[in-house]
Design a protein around this ligand. Structure first.
Ligand SMILES: *Cc1c(COP(=O)(O)O)cnc(C)c1O
Length: 291
């Protein structure tokens, strides 16, 4: 585990600590660094699990407000929570405006990976990752990471982790080390393929909106409605209709199934894997042709 933490710290240029899942990492940041009566400003459209976790912590006195992360965070909050890019809306935060805020700034850069975004270099205090996704990269490990700029924050999180127990198993940390060996080649290829697919989707008559920040293997696009999204996600053959993201095989899912009215009913999230880009496009084109 220590070796995996050292490697992650090198990638994000800070002090890294591993947790038993991405959500354990996110929850630990809030519980270790905030107190009852304090408020988190959460980026609108961020990972729905982060909002659900903050809803849970409301009983413990942690409040939350939401803000548009393409602008400045609101005044009077105690923690700013960004997501780069947000999942599944793929917006990017305005890092300079967040860094100018007096509160600590956390950035969940799961979907970007340190290959594309290093939050600590952009003025954030803490980067968090669901290492379950791109960092481990093979859909076989549940793991989270927190990377701190300040040693005092890292020491506090280490103390919190020791006292409360969300520590990963050593064999899971080993799976992360294995994944990091190929992180660069995987994510570079996934980014290129996702860029190609995003361009072609944008020209397809059945597609209303395409969201891709220009890097990374995650994109989302909208078809007419929930029924159309269901048809597409159940018509692909190469691309699996499954939830998780960041692995070597492509996955598609209509997100309204989990996120309800928070997302457009026709929104499909696509996590691009390492398959041949032309094979992926033909699969999607055929599925869209079923509409
Ligand atoms: C999946 C995900 C998480 C939660 O991670 P788990 O490892 O599944 O607990 C947090 N943030 C983002 C952006 C994610 O995609």
């Amino acid at each position: 585990m220590a070796e995996a933490e050292r490697r992650l710290g090198e990638l994000d240029h800070g002090e890294a600590l591993l947790f038993s899942s991405g959500m354990a990492a996110c929850t630990s940041v809030v519980l270790a660094l905030l107190s009852p009566g304090q408020t988190v400003a959460l980026a609108e459209g961020a990972y729905y699990g982060t909002g659900a976790m903050l809803d849970e912590l409301r009983r413990w006195g942690i409040e939350r407000v939401e803000f548009d992360q393409t602008g400045a965070p609101p005044d009077g909050v105690d923690l700013v929570w960004l997501e780069a890019p947000s999942n599944p809306f793929l917006t990017m935060p305005r890092f300079d405006a967040a860094a100018a805020h007096p509160a600590r700034v956390v950035c969940d850069s799961t979907a970007a990976t340190p290959l594309h975004v290093r939050p600590l270099e952009l003025g954030c205090d803490i980067a968090v990752h669901s290492a379950t996704k791109y960092l481990a990269g093979h859909d076989d490990a549940l793991l989270g990471a927190v990377v701190c700029k300040e040693s005092t924050d890292a020491a506090r999180l280490l103390e919190f982790r020791s006292r409360t127990g969300p520590v990963p198993a050593a064999d899971t940390a080993w799976l992360l080390l294995r994944g990091l060996e190929t992180l660069e080649v995987r994510v570079t290829r996934q980014s290129q393929t996702a860029g190609t697919i995003a361009e072609r989707l944008a020209r397809h008559a059945a597609v209303r909106v395409v969201r891709h920040p220009g890097f990374g293997g995650l994109l989302s696009f909208d078809v007419a409605d929930a029924g159309a999204a269901r048809t597409v996600e159940t018509s692909t053959e190469l691309i699996a209709n499954m939830t998780s993201l960041g692995g070597v095989t492509s996955r598609i899912e209509a997100r309204s199934r989990w996120e309800g009215a928070r997302v457009p009913p026709g929104l499909l999230r696509l996590s691009v894997g390492l398959e041949d880009p032309e094979d992926l496009w033909h699969d999607l084109e055929r599925a869209l042709g079923a509409l």
